[in-house]
Design a protein around this ligand. Sequence first.
Ligand SMILES: Nc1ncnc2c1ncn2[C@@H]1O[C@H](COP(=O)(O)OP(=O)(O)OP(=O)(O)O)[C@@H](O)[C@H]1O
Ligand SMILES: [Mg+2]
Length: 219
Amino acid sequence: MSRRRFITLEGGEGVGKSTLLAGLENELGRLGQKIVCTREPGGTAMAERLRSVLLSPQEIGDKSSPVAEALIISAARRDHVENLIEPALSEGNWVICDRFVDSTRAYQGMALSGEDFDALAKIATNSVMPGLTLLLDAPPEELLERRKQRGAQLDRFERRPMSFHNDVRQRFLKIAKSEADRVVVLDALRTPEQLVAEAILHLKKVGLLPEETNTGAVS
Ligand SMILES: Nc1ncnc2c1ncn2[C@@H]1O[C@H](COP(=O)(O)OP(=O)(O)OP(=O)(O)O)[C@@H](O)[C@H]1O
Ligand SMILES: [Mg+2]
């Protein structure tokens, strides 16, 4: 079966997912492709409501159950897949999604057995997995500076200690290793332009874009 035109962007906080998403949208748009950009948790009205519960430090505090979080995120994901991702793909669009099931495995997955997580992921995604996942990777210490410079209020996850972010990084890298055919690791410390160019190269490599596509992106 050919790969879905469904691209997910993964990685820790402030690693550059949203920046790469905007760059890819721009580049694919320039190539005349129809693109739907979305994010998780979120993307549909119901899922966005659940997102605000999950990311709100005031309402939740720091003691919520990771299993409960995984279930809420999975409910949001199922709604997102059924009502936005699958219809958009069926209509011939590319779908680029800022975070997807790998984030749940990296952030909440350790609270469940591998078997339970896989079963939950299968229901949540309706077995709709990305054709390519771009994992942005860098040491969390290097990313802290970028986050601070952004000046945004830190959310419930961003406030966690450096050891937490390092663990998340290692879990993402483990996913990339075990699913090397789907997940490619990009060095998040490269420039935004370089990262778009690399992403386009990988889209060609897996056959999602024709090799001869003339892209403006520089490497
Ligand atoms: N490749 C890059 N080089 C330098 N700075 C970057 C790069 N990519 C993003 N940035 C900057 O780093 C900050 C975080 O980027 P961005 O918001 O894209 O990350 P994110 O992964 O989407 O973060 P979050 O997890 O909070 O959604 C922004 O200030 C952005 O301008
Ligand atoms: Mg973002």
